[in-house]
Design a protein around this ligand. Sequence first.
Ligand SMILES: Cc1cc2nc3c(=O)[nH]c(=O)nc-3n(C[C@H](O)[C@H](O)[C@H](O)COP(=O)(O)OP(=O)(O)OC[C@H]3O[C@@H](n4cnc5c(N)ncnc54)[C@H](O)[C@@H]3O)c2cc1C
Length: 477
Amino acid sequence: MIYTRGSADDYDRFAAVTGDDGWSWDSLQPYIAKVNEKWEPPADRHNTTGQFNPSVHSSTGVNAVTLSGYSLSTDSMVFKAVDELGGIFHFNEDYNSGTPLGFGWRQSTITTEGRRSSSATSYLAPKYIERKNLDVLLNARVSRVLPSLSKSSSSGYAFRTVEFAQDLDGPLLQVNASKEVILSAGVIGSPHILLNSGIGDSDELSEIGIKPLVNLPSVGKNLTDQPSFTSEFLVNSNKTVDDLFRNATLLNEFYTEFNRTGMGPLVVTGGNQLSFFRVNESLTDMFGDPSSGRNSPHLEMFPGDGFFTIPPPTGHFLTLGAILVSPASRGSLTINSTDPFANPVINPGYLTAPFDIAALREVIRIVFQYLSAPIWDGYVLSQFGDFANITATSPDDELDEYLRNNAGSSAHLVGTAAMSAKDADYGVVDPDLRVKRVEGLRVIDSSVFPFVTSAHTQAPTYAIAERAAALVKDAWK
Ligand SMILES: Cc1cc2nc3c(=O)[nH]c(=O)nc-3n(C[C@H](O)[C@H](O)[C@H](O)COP(=O)(O)OP(=O)(O)OC[C@H]3O[C@@H](n4cnc5c(N)ncnc54)[C@H](O)[C@@H]3O)c2cc1C
């Protein structure tokens, strides 16, 4: 539910690599805000003046976005530390304004009623799902798109037939599109379907016994995720959210309150702030800069008022989570079976580029720097778990071992059917998100990002999808 758009540079880089200015930050504004976003008051209706910039938000879209609707015990300390430290720690009124660096109040896809707003509740809300021209097949699983001959595509194929099964043991069925097929099966599903269909690296497909129809070696490549880890600290307080997850009676009370009023601690996502940083320039000088520009972060740090996952039986915690939002490493998605329903092989490629481990070492040092603010004296008691033996001056090999053992996915994967310029000899879709070299087939989901945005990926996915919807309408008007 965390709602972050990324930086203006991120979208300007999309425009630069595709040669289509329509993907730039300025051009995407109507889709980022007006069409997608429905800004709502937070569940507790607190005064939000100074906690966001209303001029970069919209109340006319479909997806509810709001600030935290429940105060956490650490809220004032989080910003007091920022004031005390200065430098890279500075307040940012709205990290969704295109310049995310600094500390800001967290925005989330949550309604005033404290309920989650997702594509299931927004784009598939009753008023849309009841449209006469929309049929939704529940639990259907697509195996392939099937070819027909085409005189106008360079591969000689169009793909306007979708093959699917209602359940994995059921018969394969087909449905034909009169105009075009749009794959929106996500960063894993869309390239998987393309590869099953013979669209991918021809040599790799031949090797596993799939007849290659369209040689597009970039399918499944460029998989990008943002590695992350959390550090937990024991604190001198009993006001954190930890007891919620160990005391069933307390949880039931809050759950009853939530159901009755839409308020209470269950309307927040565990922390009320986010912060974004760039690495020291010595790192970008040494390894190159994987970020999209000087106003774009490499690193995110998110405070949480309690243990990040289910807490240990005793103790109260402060969590500082960290994400490498502009990684240099790339992974891949491949297949090793002719069975379209066999699982694909996902190699996330975490920490394979030297920049990434160096940048995560730096965020550990930022964590210690942040906790050196006087406000944390007497509140933060000690480090916890695997992080207990780490210090700000730990040698690189100790930090690396900690990171390699503890970093994991942010679930912000993108890039496996990346867009590129019309004439580029790499990439999977053109700037209109049409699959290259074929007719009748588009991909519209997070797999088309050429780079990961320096952000959590739902808001960028919505923005891309909204512009893509306009492109489709335009093509068939
Ligand atoms: C646990 C988790 C937490 C996250 N939290 C956040 C967050 O707080 N903030 C944020 O910004 N982002 C978050 N994300 C990331 C965000 O959810 C994704 O970036 C976003 O959903 C991508 O949208 P998409 O349309 O590309 O793919 P998806 O949302 O994955 O949609 C793809 C759909 O296609 C379906 N599908 C796949 N294959 C097939 C097939 N063969 N046949 C039929 N259907 C198929 C899938 O079931 C799925 O419904 C989170 C992700 C996860 C997993």
